[in-house]
Design a protein around this ligand. Structure first.
Ligand code: SF4
Ligand code: SF4
Length: 279
């Protein structure tokens, strides 16, 4: 079964995956396992890279993961292909797939499966793509071959903590850009200081694992889906001109237009202040 899975994943240009027993994973959402009817077997961890040349655009004003099209749609299409093939070929087994909403502690499991180390920035650091990967899982009651490794942490250089613009405030800018409703004065100042309308990548950008992957050129995803339709710099005009079906293809669409529009307006007002008569 592992060879069959590998073939399909490699056909989809996914080259960073590994299996481990479900018993070696920390289950965080048992109801998802119950729903899938799987309580023992294996987990196949997938680290799907997404970084493209547009993510390195110096004008980029949103998180690198939101430059391309929505990763949920990528995983949906992948699992829609994979699950029927598996069910037809191995009818005696059960399968379930997850992205984003996982039944297990996935970063820990990915490190145990040997896909990377656990960064102090809370992310999985893979060798080829650094932290610029989306994690997904395929669960099955079948036993897949595995090699378990002792999960390792990064070298703790502290660069991510020093780079974080929010360490004093105690919240993450990424969460702040996704917050609904009105922002208070301190939150607006933080948003304007970094200039991002969606997300924050500072603790990934300064990481030596990222710099190494950039220098060696391995960071770029081989998956064409993530290269299509990239928008590294979002403006009010671009947002307002987006048809609804195009907007729904964006990772920021789950918060509706109002949230990202509010952020863009706050950044625009700052620019207007700077460019005013006394500038
Ligand atoms: S910047 Fe340094 S401490 Fe932070 S995740 Fe990278 S290696 Fe670890
Ligand atoms: S994403 Fe930005 S604000 Fe959040 S922890 Fe990393 S550097 Fe800090």
């Amino acid at each position: 079964m592992f060879a069959f899975l590998s073939e399909i994943l490699q056909k989809n240009h996914i080259d960073c995956f590994a299996a481990l027993p479900l018993s070696a994973c920390r289950v965080t959402k048992p109801y998802l396992l119950e729903r899938a009817g799987i309580n023992e077997g294996s987990v196949l961890l997938l680290a799907v890279p997404y970084f493209t040349p547009a993510c390195a655009d110096p004008e980029r004003n949103l998180s690198a993961y939101a430059v391309g099209r929505n990763y949920h749609a990528f995983f949906d299409a992948l699992f829609e292909e994979l699950l029927p093939l598996l069910k037809a070929r191995y009818p005696e087994h059960r399968f379930a797939a997850f992205a984003d909403h996982s039944p297990i502690a996935e970063i820990e499991a990915a490190a145990r499966a040997g896909l990377g180390v656990i960064g102090k920035n809370g992310l999985l650091l893979t060798e080829r793509y650094s932290s610029y990967v989306f994690l997904g899982e395929l669960l099955t009651d079948a036993l897949l071959p595995y090699t378990l490794v002792q999960p390792r942490s990064c070298e703790d250089c502290g660069l991510c903590q020093s780079a974080c613009p929010m360490s004093r405030i105690g919240t993450c800018l990424s969460a702040l850009t996704q917050k609904k409703g009105e922002l208070d004065g301190e939150e607006i100042a933080a948003l304007r200081r970094y200039g991002s309308c969606w997300g924050c990548d500072l603790c990934q950008e300064v990481c030596p694992h990222t710099l190494r992957a950039l220098q060696s050129g391995t960071i770029y995803t081989p998956i064409s889906y993530f290269h299509e339709n990239n928008i590294p710099k979002l403006t009010l005009d671009v947002l307002d001109a987006m048809e609804e079906d195009e907007f729904l293809q964006r990772a920021y669409s789950w918060r509706k237009r109002e949230t990202i529009r509010r952020n863009l307006l706050l950044l625009q007002e700052k620019k207007d202040e700077k460019g005013g008569p006394h500038a």
